[in-house]
Design a protein around this ligand. Structure first.
Ligand SMILES: Cc1cc2nc3c(=O)[nH]c(=O)nc-3n(C[C@H](O)[C@H](O)[C@H](O)COP(=O)(O)O)c2cc1C
Length: 226
């Protein structure tokens, strides 16, 4: 009996590291998902779709830049991380006090929220824009327009003297999203937006090339004055 108990005790100790590692693996994504405000980039180093010189030129051009995004199912966040891998910008995640459901409950929930004219509350402190010249602004398309959270964020932000670069992910098309962003950016200058549809069906390196080309186009038009 005593021997049996000692064995169990020993067994627990031998599998303790395993239990700890698996709990961390389970808990870490929950924290990553719930982080609001300034968040850490997911990508390490620029993807190999540009030469070192081209990468350096992009990073130098965008300088100290900010990438603001809202993302419930992860696509816009993924795109924000790809932009960050080129520009080395700071990331700021817009989030709401209310937690949106995931999976198939999300669309009916968001539709009900819209039909009942309910407005979510934004969580955390707004970002300090003082040090940034270029600000990327990313959002999904919801019901042919932008979700309440991104509209609210734009409503409470003064972009005076900033250059705003929208990026949008959608299942089908942009709807009015770009027009709504442009109309609601207060005091800022809106530059070439990026739209990616059916995000999850696109190959990662194709997205990276597409993003690199878009970022380079903005850089080249700024240097030629067009
Ligand atoms: C509530 C809701 C409404 C949506 N409405 C549209 C829409 O009108 N047009 C469209 O092309 N995609 C629509 N989509 C698809 C999302 O725009 C697309 O999956 C997007 O990449 C999600 O971004 P996220 O993963 O960053 O949250 C909708 C998705 C949700 C959850």
């Amino acid at each position: 009996m005593y021997l049996k108990e000692t064995m169990n005790f020993k067994n627990i100790f031998s599998i303790l590291p395993l239990i700890l590692i698996s709990s961390l693996l389970f808990i870490a994504p929950l924290f990553a998902q719930s982080a609001t405000g300034h968040v850490m980039p997911a990508e390490q180093g620029p993807p190999p779709v540009l030469t070192e010189e081209e990468n350096a030129a992009l990073t130098a051009f965008y300088g100290k830049n900010l990438i603001i995004f809202y993302s419930v199912t992860g696509n816009t966040q993924d795109l924000a991380n790809i932009i960050q891998s080129f520009t080395k910008g700071d990331l700021y995640r817009i989030d709401t006090v209310e937690t949106y459901p995931t999976g198939e409950d999300l669309i009916p929930y968001a539709k009900k929220e819209r039909d009942e004219l309910r407005v979510p509350t934004l969580k955390g402190d707004p970002p300090n824009l003082a040090d940034y010249e270029y600000i990327f602004f990313g959002t999904p398309v919801w019901f042919h327009d932008i979700p309440p959270a991104t509209l609210l964020f734009l409503g409470q932000t003064d972009f005076k003297g900033k250059k705003i670069i929208p990026f949008v992910t959608a299942g089908g098309g942009p709807g009015d999203s770009i027009a709504t962003i442009t109309a609601n950016v207060r005091n800022g200058q809106v530059l070439n937006p990026k739209l990616l549809t059916r995000y999850t069906s696109l190959a990662k390196d194709e997205i990276q090339k597409d993003v690199a080309f878009w970022l380079s186009t903005i850089m080249n038009s700024a240097s030629t004055g067009h």
